[in-house]
Design a protein around this ligand. Structure first.
Ligand code: MTE
Ligand code: HPA
Ligand code: MOS
Length: 960
């Protein structure tokens, strides 16, 4: 549109016509094409002399995302003796109206005028009246979008001016920062891990190192099947012939009384319909939940969550037919008042009147494989088996038993692998299996229930949002004296693991800081949202983010850097931090990132650049390893020698073990390594079959990052048992191979199967205990965690203050792990967790509420990858370094701990905004909620353009 492009349109008979781009776009998703016509080509005229053309785009994410606002601008100038005069102008915007829009008034205004600074100021004013966005314009972010229309013109003006003799001289060098594109070098990364070279450890390490090479081969095999699509996930499993597909009947009210559910007559006439199952059909118990039975499998009298509570399940011959029939089930409601935020959920009077607030937002899990269960009956309907995508097969077994009224022994749940869980399949997968089991059992026929992505995103819950209220006392030197903290989490409409998540947040509310006096209270808030759930970190990151917020607040008050606030060696709940390497780690990171020099360079950059700001931040973390629910800290594995007849020795070399779900975190590879080294056999000889409740009963979900610790120990236990039984035979003869030994043992009737068991020792915590840290009077037990994984991150970011764009220039992380059994996996976990954390802190989740003008209350807007943006390739820091530091004793858990380190990017963004605000005279502390979206970043910068649109207390409304 800006350059006057022409579109050539042709119809099926060969008739053609041309139209200007400007006239082609007619309305929302409507273009000037009749039926039978296609757009054949686009003609772009050549540039003329002194014609300047530029494009602009700002989106949430750098790649693969539609624009929030984009623009094309073109100006034709004429040189006169003392000035440049506008001969023609064209300014077009996208993202401000139902279709692309020409700024006609601005054009009219510009033509004939002299191109100078005065022109810019007036043009910006004209533009404000030209591009009108109503407060309730679809797309929201009205102030931000208005500011982008102005910022783009501002940038365009500078961009043209700095190419014009006689004008460029009047532009201060620091303003050119509005024009320079972000330099985007190739992304580089380094991965650093130690290999010790002395004593017996060297031997061990050499062994591990060699294993590692073999391991790569092994991992390659596992990965190969995944990238080629050969690896089977639950939904890939072929349904037995004529198997049924299920779809859920879902409510559409935040809070309502169910007046009636039709008998399915309309649904019954739907194509391929087989059956409709409601609460009244549930054989035993309709109340389900991992902790307290406060959730209904199928809603009976009330629906309590906005987007889609499950009311029943329809089965049909195909997935599409099941969905179509489910939509036809008519439900009549009477609306009831709904609670749609933490603030609404708590009694306002329960707050400390002077306390500061800190709001932490949720996050969608976005595992690649959505929830899925395939359920069938056996032995004439007497047994129920299922294959599920879950971190907790035992929970599926339990829920199905509960709903069908069958003993758990008649129910088997198997999981081969899952396409990511991240906590989202720790509890929230079980109701899907239970819903599918009812028709499968009643019809005595296989039923598959796989959620579509949008349904999955809407009904299975997210990371909990949190509200923190803090009062903190500290000295002028930055020592924290006392903290009074209240935290709340938004549980949604059932308890699920929300209490355990709140508790972990409370345990992590010191992050790494020494707080001698502390009072902390936590409350779970029930709201009319889907039940929120476990997500990498399990409340820990939310607790630590609240802490970092008030630490930064103190640093801000004292005008010192948060990096100077003291660290501690005892947690606020009395657990001593043994072998704490935080100081060492912190100092090493500071040194390796050349912190002081980096600070100086950032200051220098900021003083020379008005519209781009840089900042750095360092954040430490400590993450407690153990399930906070003590009884969950137990695992069993079964380890079998491959029994088989025949003479092939290689068959005897095969071992398999079960339990522990592989979700991409590399658990199976790590545990197989342990087994292989225990027997000194090649890794390829260890086969890991599916995780199945009939092989290993009573197991905890694969979660809490402790799986390789726990399953590793349990497998070792099983291996040691088998080895001990083989020992008498082994010591009698010299066998050429392990297989030969196994054959002889079998002949001598030696049990070649082991049952390994492991419980995490020395843990326990009593919430009712009292203690006094200063007097060191601590009553046992006070050790919820077996140990802590420590880490720290440094990051440097650059923001564009005119658009809110940011990029991470450097992110360096150190994790204390040690003798990494498998550096490839551990490095991968820290990289993955960091980027996932970045998504939480800088990308977004949008729910509607009463104040939202265009998303109705409680509706999830971001229910698919089109609107919900997880980080992609260009969100990766330009320099992305990871170091694994040697810990003193054993290896350490890695799955969740690095997640929080992405907050270094968040706080660097905040500091960069602060630098921008300082320049326009705002030195006060300001709040920044996660995620730090372009909208939040830009609107916080408060330059003239922003100030012309908003007040300084403006708060962009993304709601959870
Ligand atoms: N990595 C991948 N690729 N996929 C996942 O689903 N889940 C994370 C983490 N890393 C996850 C992952 C979470 S939430 C946890 S608790 C741990 O892996 C669980 O596995 P672990 O105990 O073996 O570390
Ligand atoms: N992490 C994960 N899952 C859990 C925990 C935990 O600490 N406690 C109870 N379930
Ligand atoms: Mo992880 S949130 O403990 O599955």
């Amino acid at each position: 549109m800006a350059v006057g492009a022409k579109f050539l349109i042709i119809d099926s008979k060969g008739n053609s016509r041309t139209t200007l781009a400007e006239n082609f776009f007619l309305g929302y998703r409507k273009v000037d094409l009749a039926s039978g016509e296609i757009l054949l080509s686009v003609f772009l005229p050549w540039n003329k002399r002194f014609e300047y053309v530029k494009e602009f785009k700002q989106s949430h994410r750098k790649d693969d995302d539609i624009a929030i606002v984009n623009a094309g601008m073109c100006i034709q100038l004429q040189e006169t003796s003392e000035s440049w005069v506008v001969a023609d102008a064209s300014i077009a915007y996208g993202g401000v109206a139902p279709c692309s829009l020409s700024a006609k008034k601005a054009k009219g205004f510009l033509v004939g005028k002299v191109w100078d600074q005065n022109l810019l100021q007036d043009a910006l004013k004209v533009l404000q009246n030209d591009i009108l966005l109503k407060d309730d314009a679809p797309g929201g972010m009205v102030e931000f979008r208005k500011s982008l229309t102005l910022s783009f013109l501002f940038k365009f003006f500078l961009w043209v001016s700095h190419q014009l003799d006689g004008v460029k001289e009047s532009i201060p060098a620091s303003h050119l920062s509005a024009v320079h594109p972000v330099h985007h070098p190739t992304i580089t990364g380094s991965q650093d891990y130690e290999i010790m070279k002395h004593g017996h450890l060297w031997v061990l390490l050499r062994f591990i190192y060699l294993q590692n090479l073999r391991m790569l081969d092994y991992m390659f095999n596992i990965l190969y099947t995944q990238v080629t699509g050969e690896a089977e996930y639950a939904d890939d499993i072929q349904l037995p012939s004529n198997g049924f597909h299920a779809a859920l009947v879902l409510s559409r009210k935040p809070h309502a009384r169910i007046l009636s559910i039709d008998d399915g007559s309309e649904a019954m006439s739907s194509h391929g319909f087989v059956g409709l199952f409601l609460a009244k059909d549930v054989l035993a118990h309709n109340k389900i939940e991992p902790v307290v039975y406060d959730e209904e499998l199928f809603a009976t009298e009330y629906v309590t969550c906005v987007v889609f509570q499950v009311i029943g399940v329809v089965v049909a011959d195909t997935h599409e037919n099941a969905k179509a029939a489910a939509r036809k089930v008519n439900v009549k409601y009477e609306d009831l008042p709904a609670i749609l935020s933490i603030k609404e959920a708590i009694n306002a009077g329960s707050f400390h009147p002077n306390a500061e607030k800190c709001l932490i937002k949720g996050q969608e899990l976005f595992y690649l494989e959505p929830h899925s269960s395939l359920v069938w009956t056996l032995d004439g309907g007497n047994e129920v088996h299922m294959i599920s995508s879950t971190q907790a097969p035992q929970k599926h077994q339990k829920y199905v038993s509960h709903v069908l009224g069958l003993p758990m022994s008649k129910i088997v749940c198997k999981t081969k692998r899952i396409g990511g869980g991240f906590g989202g399949k720790e509890t929230r997968s079980a109701f899907i299996a239970a819903a599918a089991s009812l028709p499968a059992y009643l019809l005595n026929w296989p039923v598959k229930l796989t959620l579509d992505r949008d349904v999955d995103m809407m009904i299975t819950g997210q990371r909990h949002s949190f509200l923190g209220k803090y009062k903190v006392r500290f000295t002028n030197e930055g020592s924290v004296l006392a903290l009074d903290l209240e935290i709340y989490n938004n549980a949604g409409n059932s308890l699920d693991p929300s209490l355990a998540i709140l508790e972990r947040a409370m345990f992590h509310s010191d992050n790494v800081y020494y707080i001698p006096n502390m009072r902390i209270t936590g409350k779970v808030c029930f709201t009319n949202f889907p039940s929120h759930t476990a997500f990498r970190g399990f409340g820990g990151p939310q607790g630590m983010l609240i802490t970092e917020n008030w630490i930064h607040r103190i640093a801000d008050e004292l005008k010192m850097s948060s990096e100077e606030i003291k660290q501690g060696y005892i947690s606020h709940y009395g657990q001593q931090l043994e072998h704490c390497t935080l100081h060492q780690l912190w100092n090493e990171l500071k040194l390796s990132c050349d912190f002081v020099k980096a600070c100086e360079q950032v200051d220098l950059f900021n003083s020379h650049n008005c519209w781009k700001k840089r900042a750095i931040a360092m954040v430490p973390t400590k993450f407690g390893i153990s399930f906070t629910t003590k009884l969950m800290n137990q695992v069993i594995t079964i380890y079998n020698h491959g029994r088989c007849s025949g003479s092939c020795l290689y068959r005897w070399n095969c071992f398999s073990y079960q339990w522990g779900v592989e979700m991409g975190q590399g658990l199976h590879t790590k545990v197989a390594q342990i087994a292989a080294s225990a027997f000194n056999i090649p890794l390829s000889s260890v086969f890991i079959s599916d995780t199945s409740t009939d092989k290993v009963p009573n197991s905890s979900p694969t979660a809490a990052s402790a799986s390789s610790d726990m399953y590793g120990a349990a497998v070792l236990d099983a291996c040691e048992q088998i080895k001990a039984r083989m020992e008498p035979v082994a010591s009698r003869n010299n066998f050429n191979s392990f297989a030969e030994l196994a054959v002889v043992c079998f002949a001598e009737r030696i049990d070649l199967s082991g049952h390994g068991f492991f419980i995490t020792p020395d843990i326990g915590f009593d919430w009712k205990m009292e203690w006094n840290l200063s007097n060191k009077v601590i009553l046992e037990p006070h050790t919820p965690f077996r140990y802590f994984t420590y880490g720290a991150a440094f990051s440097e970011v650059e923001i564009d203050t005119l658009t809110g764009d940011f990029h991470t220039r450097v992110a360096s992380r150190i994790m204390v792990l040690v003798l990494s059994r498998n550096p490839a996996i551990d490095v991968g976990q820290t990289e993955g967790a960091f980027i996932q954390g970045l998504g939480w802190l800088a990308l977004e989740l949008k729910w509607g509420d009463a104040a939202h003008k265009w998303i109705s209350p409680g509706c999830l807007y971001t229910c698919g990858p089109g609107a919900y943006k997880i980080p992609s390739i260009n969100d990766v820091p330009l320099k992305f370094n990871v170091s694994l530091l040697k810990a003193i004793h054993s290896s350490k858990a890695v799955g969740e701990p690095p997640f929080f380190l992405a907050s270094a990017v968040f706080f660097a963004i905040k500091d960069a905004i602060r630098a921008a605000r300082l320049e326009v005279g705002w030195s006060d502390w300001f709040p920044l909620d996660n995620p730090a979206t372009p909208e939040r970043i830009r609107m916080a910068c408060l330059d003239d353009i922003a100030s012309s649109l908003i007040n300084s207390d403006f708060h962009p409304t993304l709601r959870v």
